[in-house]
Write a protein that binds this ligand. Sequence first.
Ligand code: SAM
Length: 270
Amino acid sequence: MTPAEFDMLAAQVRLRSGLVVGHDKFYLLESRLVPIARRRGLAGLDDLVALVARGNDEALLREITEAMTTNESFFFRDVRPFDVFRTETLPHLLQARAATRRLRIWSAACSSGQEPYSLAMILHEFAAQLEGWTIELLGTDLSSEMLDKARAGLYSQFEVQRGLPVQMLMTHFSRVGQQWQLAPALRSMVSFGRVNLIEDLSALGEFDVVFCRNVLIYFDLPTRAKVLDNIARQIPLDGALYLGGAETVLGATDRFRPVPGQRGVYAVAA
Ligand SMILES: C[S@@+](CC[C@H](N)C(=O)[O-])C[C@H]1O[C@@H](n2cnc3c(N)ncnc32)[C@H](O)[C@@H]1O
């Protein structure tokens, strides 16, 4: 692949996802394109690039874009945000929503599902208090492949060893061959769908809590600002936005303010 062809592909990926594919990703892009070329019965990357250059195969461009996502995730990632959700956000919302008994929680960019399922396990701890409540837990991502994996709720030994307390593994998972599968009751708490964060999000409605973790880091500043502004419109004043450890709203938007004492948690600015 020539540098010009790389730039053309990177521009297509960025247009469709906001993901910045820098020149340091040259070999990564090539390695991720090879299986796509093979699946399409093409002789090699040159044929694939030629097909893209013709510009009328939207399905191919979507496939290439999804192939360039970084899908690293694990259960209870960074621990602390999930503790804050359990000890601060959820108890607050239990009081604040006592009249409607309705909660909507969104894991935006949920990858293979560990994040929304971690939240489902916490909600399960509150089962008695949430009796009679309507809880919606939505997991969305750009990658259809990751969403399929998330829906299956099947994880390798390596994946369940990353962040998942052994007690929770024993309580909520069962062995399926070499893998572990989350119990149907917990899987059914989460609905999954494909949502591109750089598109209009208004049809999703309002969420009391949004986890949007470890995805903004892959966007440039204007895209981060746009996504955060869009998300701000979906959260009420007493709701909460959770970002990843390396992410912040500072410098990107003034629609959010940090919640004092809760690192990585933001509220919509009044
Ligand atoms: C590193 S994972 C983060 C997963 C999880 N939130 C966590 O913190 O463990 C980033 C995810 O963002 C998704 N993603 C990238 N660009 C996106 C976009 N424009 N819209 C929605 N999801 C996107 C990728 O497919 C990937 O699964």
